[in-house]
Design a protein around this ligand. Structure first.
Ligand SMILES: [Cu+2]
Length: 276
């Protein structure tokens, strides 16, 4: 029952199912064991000294000016450890976080977080996202899909449900409508803040089918605890099947209600200068 007393914290991680999850876990484990060893080392020394040099009326305190060798050592050793971890993690950080390192996407979605849920937008049968226009954002159009762009007519939006194929590069363009949220996929070792007004690319490649949890990892308001989503990782075949179902529903809908292209945007009249 008190397993957690002797089990190390690493066993609390959920199963890792992305291509880079093992690498990140390895790094976490090394940092963890460094911390554990240094913690017990320093605290043992502290207690030994507390007991050994406790108050004794027959012992006189003495003063000394410090030791260069000791100070040199305790500066150099942590420096080596920290610089080492820094260099080691740099590669992984770059590979998982840098925009210019995001691999060629096989599947791309837009995700717009809000209080308290996730809108997911797929490009539709034409494989292309319609343009986005923030001025057209409203409750019924959370992404601000530009109604002047025909590429957006077939885009479809789901809520709190993600479907992806395994062994493919998934790229999520992440933003939020209101406050900061955080896109957290524990099984994939993905965590990225969503920031209003900008789009941030998140990528992962999962190798195991199943249903996984998406949680918001930023305390974003009273409903934060319920800001969850489900990520379904399918085989390519199953994924295609799901996609085909969505596509045929969209095509049927578009055929029944053909979109009326709106009047083209009027060129804005040049504003008259208010001062002279
Ligand atoms: Cu949130």
């Amino acid at each position: 029952m008190l397993e957690w007393l002797y089990k190390d914290m690493l066993t609390f991680f959920p199963e890792g199912v992305s291509t880079y999850s093992q690498q990140l876990d390895d790094m976490f484990a090394v940092i963890y064991w460094f911390s554990v060893i240094i913690f017990f080392l320093t605290y043992s020394l502290l207690f030994i000294f507390l007991v050994k040099y406790r108050y004794n009326p027959n012992r006189k305190a003495y003063h000394f000016h410090g030791s260069n060798l000791l100070e040199f050592t305790w500066t150099l050793l942590p420096s080596i450890v920290f610089v080492g971890i820094g260099l080691w993690s740099e590669d992984m950080w770059t590979a998982t976080k840098y925009e210019w390192k995001v691999p060629q996407p096989d599947v791309q979605v837009d995700v717009m977080a809000y209080q308290f849920g996730w809108n997911v937008r797929y490009p539709g049968p034409d494989g292309q996202f319609g343009k986005k226009d923030r001025s057209q954002m409203e409750a019924s159009n959370p992404f601000g899909i530009d109604k002047y762009d025909p590429a957006g007519y077939d885009d479809f939006v789901t809520m709190n449900q993600f479907h992806f194929p395994i062994n493919k590069n998934i790229v999520v363009n992440l933003s939020t409508m209101d406050v900061l949220h955080s896109f957290f996929l524990p099984n994939f070792r993905v965590k990225q803040d969503a920031v209003p007004g900008i789009w941030i690319k998140v990528w992962f490649n999962g190798f195991k089918t199943g249903k996984y949890e998406l949680a918001c990892a930023e305390l974003c308001g009273s409903g934060h605890y319920g800001m969850r989503g489900e990520v379904f990782m399918h085989s390519q075949l199953e994924y295609n099947k799901w996609l085909d179902e969505q596509y045929s529903a969209i095509k049927a809908n578009l055929a029944a209600n053909p979109p009326v292209p709106p009047e083209p945007k009027k060129a804005e009249e040049p504003k008259k200068s208010a001062h002279h």
